[in-house]
Design a protein around this ligand. Structure first.
Ligand SMILES: Nc1ncnc2c1ncn2[C@@H]1O[C@H](COP(=O)(O)OP(=O)(O)OP(=O)(O)O)[C@@H](O)[C@H]1O
Ligand SMILES: Nc1nc2c(ncn2[C@@H]2O[C@H](COP(=O)(O)O)[C@@H](O)[C@H]2O)c(=O)[nH]1
Length: 225
């Protein structure tokens, strides 16, 4: 049993407790040359981790087989994209492979404050725009293919694009890879499970970063007495 001398030194109950610790959500960006596997890794992440939500982009490109409007993209025509642009409805947008793609503003900012994490499957132009707007919340991950030969095999094997489109995407691959150093992390997608495990580790480590923890200063102050 503790004696009276010990009890008299027991610190007052802290007003900040582990329950008062919250964190801001983060904007987790996956980019890669087309076909390197970011959609595959994104889908694995979304299936494994219900705490992260996909930011569904708007695009003027035609829907592919297996895609669903509102799930994979908001498929819009040029007039609708123009309308969204006019009303300042995008966080970022870019021309990619002859079509326009953009991240709708929606409720992202308010949800980040409430701790919601978002996953972005966007290109390097969009990544730069998001980073310029919101450095503290953005985590940038670039996925590389193991080789350009394997990249072509994946684009062909996917079976969603014509030879002409595959050639255009291969032509762009080098230019896209040249932006690798604008990212916080670079992961090679050779074996898909290994790549996914690495991406998941990055996400989990980033969630624990000190600067994302609101209430931490008060908690530490109370802890120290
Ligand atoms: N590690 C891997 N090994 C073999 N095949 C893979 C691997 N990762 C992905 N793939 C396959 O490669 C193809 C392209 O992958 P995915 O569609 O995910 O690429 P992407 O980077 O999202 O392309 P895009 O930018 O055009 O949407 C798919 O058929 C996918 O199943
Ligand atoms: N800057 C943005 N890029 C985007 C967005 N949504 C998707 N993308 C990128 O476009 C290419 C092609 O995608 P695909 O689905 O047609 O193969 C790919 O690099 C995507 O990451 C966006 O909202 N903004």
């Amino acid at each position: 049993m503790a004696d009276m001398a010990e009890l008299s030194h027991t610190p007052a109950a802290p007003s900040a407790s582990p329950d008062t610790l919250h964190r801001r959500g983060l904007m987790f960006i996956l980019s890669s040359p087309s076909g390197a596997g970011k959609t595959t890794i994104s889908n694995m992440l979304l299936a494994a981790d219900p705490a992260i939500k996909l930011s569904v982009s708007a695009t003027t490109r035609p829907m592919r087989r297996g895609e669903e409007d509102g799930v994979h993209y908001h498929f819009v025509d040029d007039a609708e994209f123009d309308r969204l642009l006019e009303e300042d409805g995008f966080y970022e947008w870019a021309h990619v492979f002859g079509h326009r793609y953009g991240t709708p503003k929606g409720h992202i900012r308010a949800a980040l404050k409430d701790g919601q994490d978002f996953l972005f499957d966007i290109d390097w132009q969009g990544t730069q725009q998001l980073y310029q707007k919101d450095q503290q919340d953005v985590v940038r991950v670039f996925i590389l293919p193991p080789s350009l030969g394997e990249l072509r095999r994946r684009l062909t094997g996917r079976g969603t694009d014509s030879q002409e489109i595959i050639d255009a995407r291969m032509d762009r691959a080098r230019a896209e890879i040249s932006h690798w150093d604008g990212y916080d992390y670079v992961v090679v997608n050779d074996d898909v499970d290994t790549c996914f495990a690495k991406v998941r580790e990055i996400l989990n480590a980033e969630r624990m970063k000190r600067q994302r923890q609101t209430g931490l200063i008060d908690f530490v102050r109370d802890l120290m007495g």
